[in-house]
Ligand binder design. Sequence first.
Ligand SMILES: NC(=O)C1=CN([C@@H]2O[C@H](COP(=O)(O)OP(=O)(O)OC[C@H]3O[C@@H](n4cnc5c(N)ncnc54)[C@H](OP(=O)(O)O)[C@@H]3O)[C@@H](O)[C@H]2O)C=CC1
Ligand SMILES: O=C(O)C1=N[C@H](C(=O)O)C[C@H](O)C1
Length: 243
Amino acid sequence: MTRFAVAGAKGRMGQAVIRVLTERGFDIAATFDKGDDIDLTNADAVIDFTTPNATLAIAEACAAAGGKVHVIGSTGFMPEQETALNAYQDRNIIIRSGNFSLGVNILMGLVKQAAAKLDALDWDIEVTEAHHKRKVDAPSGTALMLGHAAADGRGVSLHNAKVAARDGLTGQREPGTIGFSVIRGGGIVGEHSVLFAAEDELITLSHSARDRTLFARGAVEAALYGVKQSPGLYDMQDVLGFN
Ligand SMILES: NC(=O)C1=CN([C@@H]2O[C@H](COP(=O)(O)OP(=O)(O)OC[C@H]3O[C@@H](n4cnc5c(N)ncnc54)[C@H](OP(=O)(O)O)[C@@H]3O)[C@@H](O)[C@H]2O)C=CC1
Ligand SMILES: O=C(O)C1=N[C@H](C(=O)O)C[C@H](O)C1
């Protein structure tokens, strides 16, 4: 039976993961938080919802322990942190997603399809996300995944198309850009929508998360998929068989 370690165990997601593992009767070999030793000796897979810096330290610990399944839910990585993390794919089985829910992973396909069909000169794309007041990164990992799906559909790079902030005398909307808006408040678990706007009609594709347990369930499924894979970089689309 797969033996799990849980990183960020006292956090909102860490607690949800421990609940799901306990309900399903899995062996929790280790739990750790900030300041604790990362001992992965007795674990096959670590589920990690922490911070980018912590995730890099955990990737190193996985590699030092001979290569482990590293399920990464942490968001807010800077480009250089992404590069550093990707370097571990030769040694670890990395399964990383900004959102482990089934719904968001289906939404990504729908967004890509719509973006491919709607002419960039006539249809503007705007991604909106809302989260609880304690979230520290923006736009959310999910919003960025949806932005990438839209950009892929259009055959452009999100890096070039992204407009993440508007304030003051912004000038008119640049055709072909993909805009992001961010709301933070209260206890919102996670709301995402992608608006396709033409002069006379609008399409909105959206997802609403009502409970963190759904992310935790997805992460556990990702780990169970990971123990059957070779070292490499995977995402939730692979786990769900969508790739
Ligand atoms: N991909 C997905 O489906 C989802 C991703 N997330 C992402 O997961 C991350 C965590 O979210 P959430 O649980 O709400 O955040 P929390 O702040 O509640 O939890 C993060 C936990 O990580 C701990 N931590 C910080 N540094 C380290 C370290 N070096 N080693 C081990 N543990 C550490 C924190 O401890 P301390 O408080 O002491 O600093 C805290 O317990 C965020 O990036 C969020 O965006 C969230 C939900 C779903
Ligand atoms: O921080 C959160 O809470 C969440 N973070 C993820 C993200 O950045 O998209 C996933 C989910 O929306 C909740």
